[in-house]
Each structure stands twice: as structure tokens, then as C-alpha cells.
Design a protein. Sequence first.
Length: 211
Amino acid sequence: MKTLFQCDFDGTITDEDASFYLLDAYAEGDWRAILKEYKEGRITVGDFNTRAFAMIRVDQSVLLSTLEQNVRIRPGFRELLDRCAYRGFRFVIVSNGLEFYIEAILRALGIKGIEVHAAKNAFAPGGVKVEYIGPDGSVLQDGFKEAYIKLFLSQGYRVLYAGNGVSDTFASRHAHTVFATGDLLDYYRRNGLPCEPFNDLGDVVNGLSRL
């Protein structure tokens, strides 16, 4: 069976959530109150990012400079890409993060050609505008990652999944094998569900050798 590796970005490929660095540094307002609403399930991820990033009113170059100074890539990322390529696995980043900084971080690492699906963004005087476009071209407020994994499954892929957060919960449940850390790992353990725990992406590489 053809295989696809669907990977989250913030907190999975990176050690921490890159968007949180930007919001902490530049949001003009209490964005963490909005985050609390999202984590409590009172608003969608689309609502969270739309409202939170509207509080940022600096340009793209300033944001990218901040990320260069603060964001660290989780060890084992290049090895994971190499192992997927060696095994003939299609590697796809599907993230609730913003497209501009994901692509910039990958460029800074000298990594090219990775398929990325993330929030579209536009810089405007009223703040950063964020929008999620699903595989069918429709605007989504929630279920972005789930929409993509369902597409990949419909195309006949065995899907392997790596993630760390609340937003990975429902999408990852559709995967054949799940590599989990952080809040996602807590969810799987709390519900007695099978997964492969990881600390760094080298653990994921080792896990792939068992598949």
C-alpha cells in the first residue's frame, strides 16, 4: 500500500509553537484569553487564529526575524525526511500554523520541495488576516487537518501521523499509525488508545523501522 506521512508543524517539527512566540511578542491584546476559549472547546481553531493574529500589526520581516532568534527545530527532522524518502513515503506538513512562517523556516533550513498545507495569511493595517482553505477550495473554520487526512485516505494512502496538540486529536484518529507527544500523547494515554510516543523526531525515525 502506498504510504503518506502527515506531520504537524508547530510543537512537532519545532520544539515549541512558533505562532505563540509571535503572539507573545507582538499581539496588542490578551490573546491567551482567546487561546483559553479554544482549549475549552468554546471556539474553533479558525476563530482563535483569526482573532489572535488580528492583534498583530507589524510587518512580515519583523515577525520572521523574531522566529529566527527563538524557534528551534526538534532533533531528527532531517533524518525523518531522509527515511521517508528512502521508504518512498510521501511527506506532507498539514498545520494550523501560518503558511508564511512555515515556508520561511523550511527555506532557512535549506529544505525544499516539501508539500505544505497551512493557514493562508495576508498582512494588513488591521492585523494579520488568517484563512483556512480546505482541499476542495472551501473556507474552513475547523477540521482543517481532518479534511486533509480524509482526502489522503480517499486516495488510497496508508497514513502515518505525527502531532502534539489538541488540534491533532480528531485527524490522528483516522491514521493507521500515530506518533504522539505533548497534549496529543496525553489524550491517547488518557483514553487507552494505541500510539507511538516520541520526544524527538529520531524516535519517530526508529518507529518507522518497525513498520
